[in-house]
Design a binder for this molecule. Structure first.
Ligand code: GUN
Length: 176
């Protein structure tokens, strides 16, 4: 799912802040400000350390901003997906789990699950879909629906960090 030319670690460590934000601004959904904070941590020893800088920037943010970041995510197999309004990253991720080709019954299950989750937590259900199948996504939603709101904010942020990590790795040339 490479959207831009992949760069080596050395090239990434040499980027100016605007160049870095242009390259990594979409790592966190609709939230390029985190790329500025990650850039401030350079130089990075590895792609994993770079991904960890994004995770840390999110973990260190205040709870209201963390909730806004979670809310920046579209529903899985939701209205934005049906309308073709997803970011390229989200569209690719949802495609990887087959969420772009659900049967009417499956759409209905996702719709009901998303609605129950929104109703309980007031945020979209975020999960690193590239690590899942459509069934395991729904199972995870059922399990997470038993969480308290605080447990769920942490669970959602963990998933956001996993999504960010895979997006970072997509953009990096693998080093031998
Ligand atoms: N997991 C991976 N990408 C996404 C996304 O765009 N939205 C949600 N809700 N979860 C995701």
């Amino acid at each position: 799912m490479a959207l831009a030319t992949k760069r080596t670690l050395e090239q990434v460590n040499g980027l100016t802040e605007p160049e870095f934000v242009a390259m990594f601004g979409a790592v966190l959904e609709h939230s390029p400000a985190y790329a500025r904070r990650a850039w401030a941590q350079r130089p990075f020893e590895s792609a994993e350390v770079l991904a960890a800088a994004f995770r840390q920037a999110v973990q260190q943010d205040d709870p209201a901003a963390q909730m806004a970041l979670i809310r920046a995510h579209p529903d899985l197999a939701g209205k934005a997906a049906l309308a073709g309004e997803l970011t390229a990253e989200s569209a690719g991720e949802q495609r990887s789990a087959g969420l772009d080709r659900l049967s009417p019954d499956e759409y209905e299950r996702f719709h009901r699950t998303n609605a129950a989750y929104h109703e309980k937590f007031g945020i979209p259900f975020v999960v690193c879909v590239r690590e899942h199948t459509k069934d395991s996504i729904l199972e995870q939603a059922e399990r997470r629906l038993t969480h308290t709101p605080e447990q769920e904010r942490q669970a959602a942020l963990d998933e956001v960090a996993k999504i960010a990590r895979l997006r970072v790795l997509d953009l990096m040339e693998e080093t031998p």
